[in-house]
Design a protein around this ligand. Sequence first.
Ligand SMILES: NC(=O)C1=CN([C@@H]2O[C@H](COP(=O)(O)OP(=O)(O)OC[C@H]3O[C@@H](n4cnc5c(N)ncnc54)[C@H](OP(=O)(O)O)[C@@H]3O)[C@@H](O)[C@H]2O)C=CC1
Ligand SMILES: O=C(O)C1=N[C@H](C(=O)O)C[C@H](O)C1
Length: 251
Amino acid sequence: MITVAVTGAGGQMGREVLEAVADREDMAAAFAVNRTSVPPIAGTTVEDEGDLPRLLEEHDPDVLVDFTVPDASTRYVEACADAGVAAVVGTTGFSDAQLELLADAAREIPLLRAPNFSRAMTAFRDVIREAVAALDDYDIELSETHHNRKRDAPSGTANDILDDIEEIRGDFDRVHGREGDQPREGDEVGVHALRAGDIRGEHELLLAGNHEVLTLTHRAESRGVFAEGALDAADWLVGRPAGEYDFEDTV
Ligand SMILES: NC(=O)C1=CN([C@@H]2O[C@H](COP(=O)(O)OP(=O)(O)OC[C@H]3O[C@@H](n4cnc5c(N)ncnc54)[C@H](OP(=O)(O)O)[C@@H]3O)[C@@H](O)[C@H]2O)C=CC1
Ligand SMILES: O=C(O)C1=N[C@H](C(=O)O)C[C@H](O)C1
């Protein structure tokens, strides 16, 4: 039985993770914490996030799963490093300085961080890499659409897709939206972030050239997709040596 600690338990993803843990026979919730007080979720009492170091020591969970905000995630992962507990992080929007702190922590514990735990996302990124390599002179635009409460833009997934494209095409300008007299330049990728309603997460890459258009789209239809992927990643991570891993390592 894998015991799972959940941070950000009162958030949209934290709730999904606790519900997904309750649905799995191979996992049990060790404890859950949140910044503000919330009632029990999926039968687990939610404790104060300030108690995390003590709770890690007392319960010694196999793994902690975190979907919160970069500041909090960094603190939580540092607490995991102190306690020797593996961590799976789905939070997006980290600064370079925060990523360095996470890398430091990963010298002590196995740490798996990914901006998108949907199972089809790995295949989607493979298809994108193939299309971008094959259509090397086509214009590219990337758009992502999320719910109206999302804080970071562009999404973590969009940033990873842009990095994938850069590995194939070399350096280009990332043009975030367009306004006024701003025709497209050759070496650029337009990046567009849409926020509306409760859209779970859509990413679309458009390639155009030679009088034709190719669009590739991934659409997550439920947050459960991300929660289940994060728990599959947690299952894979437990028992691994210290180091930084990503979701693609698990497939
Ligand atoms: N990797 C993936 O597959 C996915 C990643 N994400 C990412 O996960 C993250 C969370 O998303 P989501 O659940 O939708 O967000 P929510 O806003 O619903 O939840 C955020 C959580 O973080 C907590 N929080 C906010 N600020 C602080 C703080 N300063 N200190 C401590 N805790 C804090 C909130 O606590 P409180 O309740 O007290 O406000 C809440 O528990 C985002 O970065 C998002 O991009 C989302 C979906 C999938
Ligand atoms: O905030 C969200 O909701 C999501 N964020 C992730 C990201 O920033 O890439 C992944 C997913 O699309 C949902």
